[in-house]
Design a protein around this ligand. Structure first.
Ligand SMILES: Cc1cc2nc3c(=O)[nH]c(=O)nc-3n(C[C@H](O)[C@H](O)[C@H](O)COP(=O)(O)O)c2cc1C
Length: 334
């Protein structure tokens, strides 16, 4: 196991059940780092004390071009928070969340009692990964659909889309948004910073294989992304993927706020985990929600009652996909 993939080796048996609260929280952060994040930036930092974790935005991993208002970053941190809360639940630990910006801190997770655990999320967190390969067009099982319908959190909505013409709206707007993003050299330069070859020893970023790229071309991926506008190709691929997925989920917020972005990130991860639990796959295809103009068009054309902040494809992948690198809990906490 290469060092930059060792974070995935976290073992349930290593939970320090007789340790201090601080030992337990430190262990739970091992699950936080396995969360999805935009471009696999892993833009989080954790300060662990006896009884609570202070969750911070890591400024050095912020995408200043594509994420000027820190929305994607905050959602990624929300996904990491969800992993901590669900991993804690798996060991019968109840964590309360307080969302409050103090300096770099955006949330605090505090131990507040214990209970009998129902689901072992730790196993599911370790299994989850994005799968950008083709999905089978078969309808989803009804138990997965009803599990997804019950997912909600405060001012965050989940719109499930199966209808062909609604999927077409998303696919067309995704094409428009992707072409606009890739048309900007600053966007491509920033993206290239996070693109890796398939033998990468770095602890973050996206290896070529995660986009379906074999080894040799992955060596050139950084250069190509930076210097050539591959927007039209990427847009076409994403539109095909959106159309063939049996289900899309649009995550929306009532209004933009740090709390709603954190909760939207929590919901993003909860959807991914519930889908993984049901032996199905997910991948994010959020461009239409990221670009302001297409975001408004999405709201109008789909008559959404909230502002879309992420779009997920959900289905059964035809091919397996691999985990991507991760910084270890020790590297991102103190
Ligand atoms: C808020 C958020 C938005 C994302 N948007 C996209 C997206 O638009 N397209 C995409 O391919 N992946 C997207 N992802 C997935 C990340 O690229 C992925 O989680 C990361 O590369 C790590 O890989 P893994 O999910 O396999 O662990 C998004 C993830 C998050 C948390």
């Amino acid at each position: 196991m290469k060092a930059n993939y060792s974070a995935w080796e976290v073992q349930r048996k290593d939970f320090p059940k007789d340790g201090s609260s601080e030992d337990k929280l430190r262990y739970l952060v091992s699950y936080a780092v396995l969360a999805p994040s935009s471009h696999n930036t892993q833009p989080w930092h954790f300060k662990i004390a006896d009884g609570f974790i202070s969750v911070e935005l890591e400024q050095s991993r912020w995408l200043s071009v594509s994420d000027p208002d820190h929305r994607e970053q905050t959602m990624s941190v929300g996904a990491a928070i969800e992993n901590i809360i669900l991993a804690a639940e798996s060991f019968g630990i109840k964590l309360d969340i307080t969302i409050k910006r103090v300096g770099l801190q955006i949330a605090r997770l505090t131990i507040n009692g214990s209970f009998k655990p129902k689901t072992d999320w730790t196993k599911i967190i370790k299994l989850r990964h994005s799968n950008r390969t083709k999905f089978s067009t078969d309808k989803l099982p009804s138990d997965l659909l009803s599990a997804l319908k019950s997912i909600r959190e405060n001012d965050v909505t989940v719109t499930l889309i199966q209808d062909h013409s609604q999927k077409e709206v998303i696919a067309n707007l995704s094409v428009k948004a992707t072409k606009q993003l890739f048309g900007q050299t600053s966007f491509r330069s920033e993206l290239a910073t996070w693109v890796r070859n398939n033998w990468t020893q770095k602890y973050d970023g996206m290896p070529g294989y995660s986009q379906g790229m074999p080894g040799p071309p992955s060596l050139l991926a950084k250069l190509i992304i930076k210097n050539m506008n591959v927007g039209a190709d990427q847009a076409k691929k994403d539109a095909e993927r959106l159309m063939e997925a049996p289900l899309l989920a649009a995550i929306g917020v009532k209004e933009h706020s740090i709390a709603n972005w954190i909760n939207a990130g929590r919901i993003y991860e909860r959807i991914c985990l519930v889908v993984t639990q049901h032996n199905h796959n997910t991948s994010g295809v959020s461009a239409a929600a990221v670009v302001d103009k297409t975001n408004h068009e999405l709201q109008d054309q789909l008559r959404l009652k909230s502002i879309p902040v992420a779009i997920l494809r959900i289905g059964k992948a035809n091919k397996p996909a691999k985990h991507t690198p991760r910084h270890t809990a020790e590297q991102v906490s103190d």
